[in-house]
Design a protein around this ligand. Sequence first.
Ligand code: ATP
Ligand code: MG
Length: 357
Amino acid sequence: MHPGVLHRRFLSDLSTSLFSFVLPLLPTSEELTIKEEVRTLIEKLIKTIEPSARLLSFGSSCNSFGLRNSDMDLVVLIDDPEAALDPSTFVAMIGDLLERETNFDVKPLPKARIPIIKLNLAASPGLPFGIACDIGIENRLAIENTRLLLTYATIDPARVRTLVLFLKVWAKRRRINSPYRGTLSSYGITLMVLFFLVHVKQPPVLPNLQRIAPVRPITEEEMMLEGRNVYFFDDVEMLRQEWSSINFESVGELLIDFFRYFSHDFQFNTMVLSLRAGPLTKESKGWTNDIDVGGLNEMARDRNRLCIEDPFEITYNVARTVTKDGLYTIRGEFMRATRILTQRPERAVLALAELCR
Ligand code: ATP
Ligand code: MG
């Protein structure tokens, strides 16, 4: 058969295999129900301490990039400005309450830099592996960035969700999804994929939601949260009607190109990935590593190896946990993936299995 025909067949096979790969890894409806019940129960308890408090989910439980058994990210928002509770005290109080009133395994960390409560729910028929849960206080930016990610997913779910979900699984299986061990958070990986779809692909697969003007004028107050501009175009109905990408590449083609771009084209040493603004230089953001500065510890020196700008907290490098070795491993994995997918493997499903081995 002609190599072109073989290649086209492989690409269409790859897309189908990606959908089938991801499908059984999605959370079951039972899991989602239990998580929601747990959230409601904890919210009710927290309201006995502070009636104006609400407990919201963020992260992958509600950005549509959740996998089966992924942790639960929760945040307490206190609406009453008169409620003078500092986060440490509040964390200690909630910790005591949950220890008394539930049989969850509770670990409050009131003295941590960002005070949180860690919970572990034991395994049950609907949750065969139990669930890990973190409860933070007043992290309103996390709610906004979750909404941004969800809006991007909603524009083109078949391609965007499939790509992100697959790459999250790939990163976990290849062990490059451990911020505590010098590699990437899931949030960082997701931002890389969105950056690729908004700024690298031509024509773009997704519009830049932070650069679409609002339909009605919005006030400074609506736009700002904790001193950050959190505006993005979030009218999903209108996006569905008005935005249609003229990029028709299949999810398989996009995956290969994603790996290729981060293997060969992206300049990790000098560039910053910004979903908000496109590629930026480290220099323009002042995110260079002063290797020569004496006394800097290893961690400070490593802080800007890989630079991913947070969409709203633009002075914050989401990938600051990535070390020199971590980046070396990550880049090695991009190259390995490119090699596997471009060596004309016989069957796409085998290539995916090999990729995630
Ligand atoms: P997973 O399914 O692996 O739990 P996730 O989408 O929940 O994936 P996490 O990395 O757990 O991703 O992040 C959850 C949320 O926490 C993100 O939506 C973001 O709001 C916040 N977050 C996580 N990591 C960072 C980070 N490095 N910098 C800033 N915010 C982060
Ligand atoms: Mg999470």
